[in-house]
Design a protein around this ligand. Structure first.
Ligand SMILES: [Zn+2]
Length: 482
């Protein structure tokens, strides 16, 4: 399974390791790597030929784990904005100059080294989370905070792994406590920890402290852990015979294997994953030998909702394609999308009303146009949608990417449009009247009674609406309705 994307209409590939299709719109892409889990690196190997941008730690891991040519991987510092040139085929600006984008990596709170990317350019602002776990600390991250305040995030590409799981997940700290509790109940057992390559090492460290015994990890894992800066010689061993605490790949753990191990000595397994919550199959159920602790490096549904609420993106794209609960059930992302669709509809109605009239109040006019351009701003790609590139492209001849990276000082993005409270108030009132008018019209239609349009109550609503818009439009009311 691969969880990477080519951003729609743009020559920007994130965790997506294919070269542009021959005869396609672009001859080159800019490539970005969020983290080193295998579902994000499929195709990134020792034979890779293009420049890759990622965090410093990911760079080290990619060189060690995937044997990628070190010269191709350019490290980016978290929180710093970098200016890059888009491939020349991307729509040129008016003065026929190449277009630049700004790229800012942000800590994704997934595994060590993992990053999100904020892309800014003539296309607007796009945040690509990669795998991430939303947390309170993100609300004070300067880049994310700025996105939240400016309310002009055009597209959020989001890790939707657990969008359909209604429950809150325990924090990783709570999960570690749970692991220690299970260990205490099995003081003489051999314990197998079901882990991914990297991402659960904090639990292994706590297990080491609990038992005061080194944890067995395979040599390949130890090499990665060294890169993470862990005091490996103290905590880990690569000799199974030295330890009763063993690292094992999650997908290697099975009841069959555990029964076999129990014939040698009492053994239990602790699977560190929340993935089991996605499945109902008995294959994922715990028994007396297997315990699952939902230690998650992904956001729970409620954390996704908090993220959406904080960032308020104009549109959302899911990164994870396969999701077993998707069919027939609504998720927090669906709810968010429904909300913004409803808001857009209201904006459109109000906006149309504005267009029909000529503005005569210069002060209010400028406030209104600013407000509406901000509120309904959309992703303005210079490319029409039908030129959007497909992810499923075949490889073609590699072409060297020559994109200078110019680090610029970490900077706040453009400040948000100021919306006067007074105007906001007016618009809120107008919107509520419009909603009420629409509801009346529905009712009249249902009753099949056109006369109601002339009822006092309905005319009063129209007059109230007119009073709100009159200072903006300058259109006077007919005397008979004054
Ligand atoms: Zn991951």
């Amino acid at each position: 399974m691969t969880n990477g994307k080519l951003l729609t209409g743009l020559p920007i590939a994130v965790d997506f390791w294919k070269l542009p299709q021959s005869g396609g719109l672009y001859k080159t892409y800019l490539y970005f790597l969020t983290h080193l889990h295998t579902d994000h690196t499929k195709g990134l190997t020792s034979t890779w030929t293009e420049t890759v941008y990622t965090s410093s730690l990911n760079r080290e891991l990619a060189i060690t784990m995937l044997k990628v040519n070190p010269e191709l991987i350019k490290p980016l510092e978290i929180g710093v904005s970098y200016k890059m040139t888009l491939p020349s085929e991307y729509g040129k600006s008016d003065d026929n100059q190449s277009q630049f984008i700004s790229v800012t990596p942000i800590d994704a709170n997934h595994i060590k080294g993992s990053v999100m990317f904020l892309f800014e350019g003539s296309f607007g602002r796009i945040l690509y989370t990669g795998d991430f776990r939303w947390c309170e600390a993100m609300m004070i991250d300067p880049v994310l905070q700025n996105l939240s305040e400016s309310k002009n995030l055009n597209i959020l590409y989001i890790d939707n792994t657990f969008e359909h799981i209604g429950n809150e997940f325990p924090t990783r700290k709570q999960c570690t406590k749970e692991v220690l509790k299970i260990m205490k109940k099995h003081p003489y057992h051999r314990i197998i920890f079901g882990c991914q390559t990297i991402g659960k090492e904090d639990v292994l460290l706590q297990a080491f402290l609990e038992r005061k015994e080194k944890v067995y990890v395979p040599e390949t894992i130890l090499i990665c852990y060294r890169l993470l800066g862990l005091p490996c010689e103290e905590i880990f061993t690569t000799n199974q015979a030295d330890s009763l605490l063993w690292f094992e790949k999650l997908n290697q753990i099975s009841q069959f294997d555990l029964r076999k191990k129990n014939s040698e000595m009492p053994t239990i397994a602790i699977k560190l994953t929340a993935s089991g919550l996605l499945y109902t199959s008995s294959k994922f159920k715990d028994d007396e030998l297997i315990f699952t602790v939902p230690y998650s490096n992904h956001s729970s549904a409620s954390e996704l909702a908090k993220c959406l609420d904080f960032l308020q993106p104009s549109s959302v794209e899911r990164i994870v394609k396969t999701n077993p609960h998707k069919a027939g059930s609504s998720s927090v992302i669906d709810s968010y999308l429904a909300t913004i669709k409803a808001a857009e509809l209201t904006d459109d109605i109000t906006s149309d009303s504005m267009e029909l009239s000529s503005f005569e109040s210069p002060v209010l006019k400028s406030q209104v146009s600013d407000y509406f351009s901000s509120a309904v701003s959309k992703f303005e790609s210079p490319l029409p949608h039908d030129t959007a590139l497909s992810e499923d492209m075949d490889d073609e001849i590699p072409i060297e990417l020559k994109s200078p990276v110019i680090p610029v000082a970490a900077q706040k993005s453009p400040s948000s449009t100021t919306i006067s409270e007074e105007l906001e108030d007016v618009i809120t009132k107008a919107n509520s009247i419009i909603v009420s008018i629409f509801s009346d019209l529905d009712q009249f239609k249902e009753e099949n009674n056109n006369d109601n349009i002339y009822s006092d109550a309905f005319i009063e609503k129209l007059m109230s609406l007119h009073k709100i818009y009159q200072p903006l439009t300058g259109v006077s009311m007919c005397n008979e309705y004054k």
